[in-house]
Design a binder for this molecule. Structure first.
Ligand SMILES: [Zn+2]
Length: 264
């Protein structure tokens, strides 16, 4: 695996054709490493679990980073924040395993209190320098309207960590003492956007996505695989039937993103 990766010719951001498929171009040219930076355990599975499953299936090395411990995600008055944090981290580990990603990294900030500050950006920069991803998936931190502050601020902090900090050794210089080198990914995919321009066909991996979503048992209220598969398929059909576009967006079962090329 490692040898196959090192043999791939490195291309620069400027060689990416914005009109051709992004993931296919990256897979042909760069080490196939991706990082997903999300706010809560289960964000990855809902927002991009199909895409992560496709990447892992195709041989990508995917590292999931979760900024909070999701320790407010309950209406049960008997549940403590500490217990819930442990439970949700365990669920996230299981979900990552189902999709084929690495063991997730948790920053453990309290649910609902994310700030786009030096501390969070430094932690993200460090993970980028350790993992050296060519593709980063995160929340669209700039989407106007209704949005969770942890999603918005995790998305913004990831964007700010990638540019300019992670690729400039004078930002967070202590990383150098650990032997970490500056790095700039080639592209980002922003999830939860109002304005998607990149779609991943998740039909072949829908069952894997559903199983990964269902790994978040504390959040899923006893739903089962069959119900979830049916729900996702029906939703895609409904969207297609009510679409105002003459040509409905392909593929029908998809995850959609805003594509950002990080030019030098
Ligand atoms: Zn969330």
């Amino acid at each position: 695996m490692a040898t196959a990766r090192t043999r791939r010719p490195r291309i620069s951001q400027d060689d990416i054709d914005p009109d051709a498929d992004l993931i296919e171009q990256l897979a042909a040219h760069v080490p196939m490493r991706a990082m997903v930076v999300m706010a809560h355990p289960d964000d990855t599975e809902f927002a991009c679990g199909g895409t992560v499953s496709v990447l892992c299936r195709d041989g990508w090395d995917v590292q999931i980073v979760v900024t909070t411990s999701g320790n407010k995600g309950t209406k049960d008055p008997e549940v403590t924040a500490q217990w819930l944090a442990g439970e949700r981290e365990e669920e996230q580990r299981h979900a990552a395993e189902i999709m084929g990603a690495r063991e997730p990294i948790f920053f453990g900030f309290p649910d609902g209190y994310i700030r786009n500050d030096d501390e969070l950006r430094g932690l993200i920069v460090r993970q980028i320098r350790i993992h050296q991803p060519e593709l980063v998936i995160t929340w669209d931190g700039f989407r106007p309207g209704f949005n969770h502050r942890d999603h918005r601020l995790t998305g913004q902090a990831t964007y700010d960590a990638i540019y300019p900090a992670a690729d400039d050794h004078l930002y967070y210089p202590l990383d150098k003492d650990e032997g970490l080198t500056p790095h700039r990914p080639i592209a980002m995919l922003l999830a939860g956007t109002n304005d998607p321009d990149y779609h991943v066909d998740i039909e072949p991996v829908l069952q894997t996505k559903v199983r990964a979503v269902l790994a978040h048992r504390s959040q899923m209220g006893g739903r089962n695989e069959e119900q979830m598969l049916r729900m996702w398929r029906e939703r895609a059909q409904r969207e297609r039937a009510t679409s105002a576009d003459e040509q409905p967006i392909e593929p029908a079962l998809r995850e959609s993103f805003r594509k950002v090329l990080l030019r030098r």
